[in-house]
Design a protein around this ligand. Structure first.
Ligand SMILES: NC(=O)c1ccc[n+]([C@@H]2O[C@H](COP(=O)([O-])OP(=O)(O)OC[C@H]3O[C@@H](n4cnc5c(N)ncnc54)[C@H](O)[C@@H]3O)[C@@H](O)[C@H]2O)c1
Length: 269
Protein backbone atom coordinates (compact mmCIF):
# COMPACT_ATOMS: atom_id res chain seq x y z
CA UNK A 1 0.00 0.00 0.00
CA UNK A 2 2.75 2.44 0.98
CA UNK A 3 4.70 1.48 -2.16
CA UNK A 4 1.72 2.48 -4.33
CA UNK A 5 1.49 5.91 -2.67
CA UNK A 6 5.24 6.42 -3.11
CA UNK A 7 4.94 5.66 -6.84
CA UNK A 8 2.03 8.05 -7.32
CA UNK A 9 3.91 10.91 -5.66
CA UNK A 10 7.41 10.10 -6.80
CA UNK A 11 8.14 13.70 -7.83
CA UNK A 12 8.28 14.57 -4.12
CA UNK A 13 11.24 13.57 -1.91
CA UNK A 14 9.35 11.30 0.49
CA UNK A 15 11.10 10.14 3.66
CA UNK A 16 11.19 6.38 4.11
CA UNK A 17 9.55 5.19 7.32
CA UNK A 18 12.22 4.38 9.93
CA UNK A 19 12.30 3.11 13.50
CA UNK A 20 13.32 5.35 16.40
CA UNK A 21 16.94 4.12 16.43
CA UNK A 22 17.37 5.45 12.87
CA UNK A 23 15.33 8.63 13.23
CA UNK A 24 18.39 10.92 13.19
CA UNK A 25 20.97 8.42 11.88
CA UNK A 26 24.11 10.16 10.62
CA UNK A 27 22.88 13.65 11.45
CA UNK A 28 25.00 16.17 13.33
CA UNK A 29 22.85 17.88 15.96
CA UNK A 30 23.57 20.93 18.13
CA UNK A 31 21.58 21.05 21.38
CA UNK A 32 21.81 24.25 23.44
CA UNK A 33 21.13 24.28 27.17
CA UNK A 34 22.42 20.70 27.26
CA UNK A 35 23.90 20.74 30.77
CA UNK A 36 20.66 19.79 32.55
CA UNK A 37 16.88 19.45 32.26
CA UNK A 38 15.24 19.07 28.86
CA UNK A 39 18.51 19.78 26.99
CA UNK A 40 20.45 17.03 28.78
CA UNK A 41 17.62 14.54 28.24
CA UNK A 42 17.33 15.57 24.57
CA UNK A 43 21.09 14.96 24.16
CA UNK A 44 20.58 11.33 25.27
CA UNK A 45 17.48 10.86 23.12
CA UNK A 46 18.97 12.45 19.97
CA UNK A 47 22.05 10.23 20.40
CA UNK A 48 19.84 7.15 20.87
CA UNK A 49 18.11 8.12 17.63
CA UNK A 50 21.48 7.98 15.82
CA UNK A 51 22.61 11.62 15.89
CA UNK A 52 26.14 12.84 16.58
CA UNK A 53 25.34 15.29 19.35
CA UNK A 54 27.07 18.60 20.09
CA UNK A 55 26.26 19.69 23.65
CA UNK A 56 26.29 23.46 24.17
CA UNK A 57 25.82 25.29 27.47
CA UNK A 58 27.99 27.21 29.94
CA UNK A 59 28.64 24.43 32.47
CA UNK A 60 31.35 22.27 30.89
CA UNK A 61 31.60 19.78 33.76
CA UNK A 62 27.90 18.92 33.77
CA UNK A 63 27.90 18.54 29.98
CA UNK A 64 30.98 16.26 30.14
CA UNK A 65 29.07 13.96 32.45
CA UNK A 66 26.09 13.83 30.02
CA UNK A 67 28.45 13.21 27.08
CA UNK A 68 30.34 10.47 28.96
CA UNK A 69 27.10 8.55 29.52
CA UNK A 70 26.13 8.92 25.85
CA UNK A 71 29.53 7.60 24.76
CA UNK A 72 29.40 4.72 27.32
CA UNK A 73 26.06 3.74 25.73
CA UNK A 74 27.65 3.60 22.27
CA UNK A 75 26.58 7.06 21.08
CA UNK A 76 28.61 10.00 19.77
CA UNK A 77 28.83 13.33 21.61
CA UNK A 78 31.14 16.30 22.00
CA UNK A 79 30.98 19.23 24.41
CA UNK A 80 31.46 22.88 23.45
CA UNK A 81 31.10 25.41 26.30
CA UNK A 82 28.80 28.11 24.95
CA UNK A 83 27.02 31.23 26.15
CA UNK A 84 24.07 31.66 23.75
CA UNK A 85 23.85 35.39 24.52
CA UNK A 86 27.36 35.99 23.16
CA UNK A 87 27.77 36.14 19.34
CA UNK A 88 31.44 35.08 19.42
CA UNK A 89 30.63 32.11 21.62
CA UNK A 90 27.81 30.92 19.34
CA UNK A 91 29.94 31.44 16.22
CA UNK A 92 32.66 29.36 17.91
CA UNK A 93 30.09 26.62 18.67
CA UNK A 94 29.23 26.28 14.99
CA UNK A 95 32.88 26.54 13.85
CA UNK A 96 33.98 23.80 16.30
CA UNK A 97 31.05 21.62 15.18
CA UNK A 98 32.16 21.96 11.55
CA UNK A 99 35.82 21.29 12.52
CA UNK A 100 34.80 18.02 14.19
CA UNK A 101 32.04 16.72 11.92
CA UNK A 102 32.36 18.86 8.74
CA UNK A 103 28.58 19.38 8.67
CA UNK A 104 25.56 20.55 10.62
CA UNK A 105 22.11 19.04 9.99
CA UNK A 106 19.99 19.68 13.04
CA UNK A 107 19.70 22.16 15.92
CA UNK A 108 17.54 22.13 19.03
CA UNK A 109 17.81 25.71 20.37
CA UNK A 110 16.63 24.93 23.88
CA UNK A 111 18.68 27.15 26.25
CA UNK A 112 16.51 29.40 28.35
CA UNK A 113 16.26 31.21 31.64
CA UNK A 114 13.58 32.67 33.90
CA UNK A 115 13.15 34.11 37.39
CA UNK A 116 10.80 34.12 40.36
CA UNK A 117 7.42 35.54 39.24
CA UNK A 118 7.32 39.33 39.77
CA UNK A 119 4.66 41.84 38.68
CA UNK A 120 5.90 43.95 35.79
CA UNK A 121 6.49 47.26 37.61
CA UNK A 122 8.58 45.46 40.26
CA UNK A 123 10.63 43.50 37.74
CA UNK A 124 14.35 44.21 37.88
CA UNK A 125 15.72 45.64 34.63
CA UNK A 126 18.70 43.27 34.90
CA UNK A 127 16.34 40.29 35.13
CA UNK A 128 14.40 41.52 32.07
CA UNK A 129 17.63 41.92 30.07
CA UNK A 130 18.94 38.48 31.10
CA UNK A 131 15.68 36.68 30.35
CA UNK A 132 15.16 38.35 26.97
CA UNK A 133 18.82 37.93 26.08
CA UNK A 134 19.00 34.22 26.92
CA UNK A 135 15.68 33.20 25.41
CA UNK A 136 15.17 35.53 22.44
CA UNK A 137 18.63 36.82 21.49
CA UNK A 138 19.99 33.33 22.19
CA UNK A 139 17.65 31.73 19.64
CA UNK A 140 18.36 34.53 17.14
CA UNK A 141 22.15 34.14 17.48
CA UNK A 142 21.92 30.35 17.35
CA UNK A 143 19.98 30.43 14.08
CA UNK A 144 22.17 33.22 12.68
CA UNK A 145 25.25 30.98 12.85
CA UNK A 146 23.60 27.57 12.38
CA UNK A 147 21.76 28.39 9.15
CA UNK A 148 24.83 29.21 6.98
CA UNK A 149 26.44 25.94 8.15
CA UNK A 150 23.25 24.02 7.28
CA UNK A 151 23.11 25.66 3.85
CA UNK A 152 26.63 24.30 3.23
CA UNK A 153 25.37 20.80 4.21
CA UNK A 154 22.45 21.22 1.72
CA UNK A 155 19.77 21.89 4.33
CA UNK A 156 18.67 21.07 7.83
CA UNK A 157 16.03 21.31 10.51
CA UNK A 158 15.79 23.60 13.52
CA UNK A 159 13.54 23.35 16.57
CA UNK A 160 13.35 26.42 18.80
CA UNK A 161 12.19 26.20 22.40
CA UNK A 162 9.19 28.43 23.04
CA UNK A 163 6.56 27.66 25.70
CA UNK A 164 2.83 27.89 26.34
CA UNK A 165 4.01 31.27 27.70
CA UNK A 166 4.79 32.11 24.06
CA UNK A 167 1.10 31.81 23.18
CA UNK A 168 -0.53 33.16 26.37
CA UNK A 169 0.47 35.77 28.92
CA UNK A 170 1.83 34.59 32.29
CA UNK A 171 1.21 36.43 35.55
CA UNK A 172 4.58 37.57 36.94
CA UNK A 173 6.62 36.53 33.91
CA UNK A 174 6.01 39.31 31.37
CA UNK A 175 9.62 39.28 30.17
CA UNK A 176 9.73 35.48 29.77
CA UNK A 177 6.36 35.46 28.00
CA UNK A 178 7.43 38.29 25.67
CA UNK A 179 10.66 36.47 24.81
CA UNK A 180 8.84 33.17 24.17
CA UNK A 181 6.27 35.02 21.98
CA UNK A 182 9.25 36.53 20.14
CA UNK A 183 10.74 33.09 19.52
CA UNK A 184 7.57 32.11 17.67
CA UNK A 185 7.91 35.23 15.48
CA UNK A 186 11.57 34.44 14.79
CA UNK A 187 10.63 30.86 13.97
CA UNK A 188 7.84 31.70 11.51
CA UNK A 189 9.91 34.36 9.74
CA UNK A 190 13.04 32.20 9.48
CA UNK A 191 10.86 29.36 8.15
CA UNK A 192 9.72 31.67 5.33
CA UNK A 193 13.27 32.92 4.65
CA UNK A 194 14.59 29.38 4.12
CA UNK A 195 11.51 27.42 2.96
CA UNK A 196 12.96 27.02 -0.52
CA UNK A 197 16.46 26.21 0.71
CA UNK A 198 15.63 22.93 2.43
CA UNK A 199 15.81 24.30 5.97
CA UNK A 200 12.77 23.73 8.16
CA UNK A 201 12.30 25.87 11.26
CA UNK A 202 9.73 24.99 13.91
CA UNK A 203 9.04 25.81 17.55
CA UNK A 204 7.67 23.76 20.40
CA UNK A 205 5.52 25.10 23.23
CA UNK A 206 5.71 22.96 26.36
CA UNK A 207 3.47 23.41 29.36
CA UNK A 208 4.94 22.60 32.79
CA UNK A 209 7.77 20.07 32.45
CA UNK A 210 9.58 18.44 35.36
CA UNK A 211 12.86 20.25 36.09
CA UNK A 212 15.02 21.14 39.10
CA UNK A 213 12.76 24.10 40.00
CA UNK A 214 9.56 22.04 39.97
CA UNK A 215 11.29 19.15 41.81
CA UNK A 216 12.07 21.54 44.69
CA UNK A 217 8.41 22.53 45.17
CA UNK A 218 6.79 21.02 48.27
CA UNK A 219 3.39 20.97 46.56
CA UNK A 220 2.97 20.50 42.82
CA UNK A 221 -0.82 20.29 42.93
CA UNK A 222 -1.44 23.91 41.82
CA UNK A 223 0.58 23.27 38.65
CA UNK A 224 -1.09 19.91 38.06
CA UNK A 225 -4.58 21.38 38.50
CA UNK A 226 -3.92 23.87 35.69
CA UNK A 227 -3.28 21.03 33.23
CA UNK A 228 -6.29 19.16 31.77
CA UNK A 229 -4.33 15.87 32.02
CA UNK A 230 -3.66 16.72 35.69
CA UNK A 231 0.04 16.07 35.56
CA UNK A 232 3.39 17.65 34.76
CA UNK A 233 5.13 16.60 31.53
CA UNK A 234 8.52 14.90 31.39
CA UNK A 235 11.71 16.04 29.63
CA UNK A 236 11.61 12.75 27.67
CA UNK A 237 8.20 13.61 26.18
CA UNK A 238 9.53 17.00 25.02
CA UNK A 239 12.77 15.51 23.68
CA UNK A 240 10.92 12.88 21.61
CA UNK A 241 8.84 15.64 19.99
CA UNK A 242 11.93 17.74 19.23
CA UNK A 243 13.76 14.72 17.78
CA UNK A 244 10.83 13.85 15.52
CA UNK A 245 10.46 17.45 14.30
CA UNK A 246 14.20 17.49 13.52
CA UNK A 247 13.91 14.24 11.56
CA UNK A 248 13.11 13.71 7.88
CA UNK A 249 9.79 12.20 9.00
CA UNK A 250 8.59 15.78 9.59
CA UNK A 251 9.63 16.85 6.08
CA UNK A 252 6.53 18.98 5.30
CA UNK A 253 6.37 20.82 8.64
CA UNK A 254 7.89 24.29 8.82
CA UNK A 255 6.96 27.54 10.57
CA UNK A 256 4.80 25.59 13.03
CA UNK A 257 4.58 25.89 16.80
CA UNK A 258 3.65 22.56 18.33
CA UNK A 259 2.19 22.57 21.86
CA UNK A 260 3.13 19.76 24.26
CA UNK A 261 1.13 20.67 27.31
CA UNK A 262 -1.32 17.98 28.43
CA UNK A 263 -4.16 19.99 26.86
CA UNK A 264 -3.36 23.33 28.58
CA UNK A 265 -3.78 25.43 25.43
CA UNK A 266 -7.05 23.70 24.53
CA UNK A 267 -8.89 25.69 27.18
CA UNK A 268 -9.54 25.84 30.91
CA UNK A 269 -9.38 22.41 32.57
N1 LIG B 1 10.45 23.16 32.38
C1 LIG B 1 9.37 23.78 31.95
O1 LIG B 1 8.32 23.76 32.60
C2 LIG B 1 9.40 24.50 30.63
C3 LIG B 1 8.18 24.81 30.00
C4 LIG B 1 8.21 25.48 28.78
C5 LIG B 1 9.41 25.83 28.20
N2 LIG B 1 10.57 25.52 28.85
C6 LIG B 1 11.83 25.92 28.20
O2 LIG B 1 12.62 24.77 27.98
C7 LIG B 1 14.00 25.12 28.03
C8 LIG B 1 14.73 24.20 28.99
O3 LIG B 1 14.10 24.32 30.24
P1 LIG B 1 14.44 23.37 31.49
O4 LIG B 1 13.21 23.22 32.27
O5 LIG B 1 15.22 22.19 31.04
O6 LIG B 1 15.39 24.41 32.30
P2 LIG B 1 16.78 24.23 33.00
O7 LIG B 1 16.97 25.49 33.77
O8 LIG B 1 16.88 22.94 33.72
O9 LIG B 1 17.80 24.21 31.76
C9 LIG B 1 18.13 25.36 31.05
C10 LIG B 1 19.41 25.11 30.29
O10 LIG B 1 19.76 26.32 29.58
C11 LIG B 1 21.12 26.63 29.90
N3 LIG B 1 21.40 28.06 29.77
C12 LIG B 1 20.86 29.09 30.48
N4 LIG B 1 21.42 30.25 30.07
C13 LIG B 1 22.32 29.94 29.10
C14 LIG B 1 23.22 30.69 28.30
N5 LIG B 1 23.32 32.04 28.42
N6 LIG B 1 23.99 30.04 27.39
C15 LIG B 1 23.91 28.70 27.27
N7 LIG B 1 23.08 27.93 27.99
C16 LIG B 1 22.31 28.55 28.90
C17 LIG B 1 21.29 26.13 31.33
O11 LIG B 1 22.65 26.00 31.67
C18 LIG B 1 20.57 24.78 31.22
O12 LIG B 1 21.42 23.84 30.57
C19 LIG B 1 14.05 26.60 28.40
O13 LIG B 1 14.15 27.39 27.22
C20 LIG B 1 12.70 26.84 29.05
O14 LIG B 1 12.28 28.17 28.97
C21 LIG B 1 10.60 24.86 30.04
Amino acid sequence: MIRLVLQETQEYPLPSPVGFKALLRGKVAIITGASRGIGATASHIFADAGAMVVLAARDEQKMESVADTIIENGGKAIVIPTDVTNPRSVENLVQETLKTYARLDVAFNNAGDSHIPTALADMKIDDFDRVVSTNLRGVFLSMKYEIPAMLKSHGGAIVNMSSTAGLNGVKGLADYSAAKHGIIGLTKSAALDYAQMNIRVNAIAPGPILNDRIRQLKDRSLIEQAVPMRRIGTPEEVAFLAAWLCSDQASFITGATVPIDGGRLAGNP
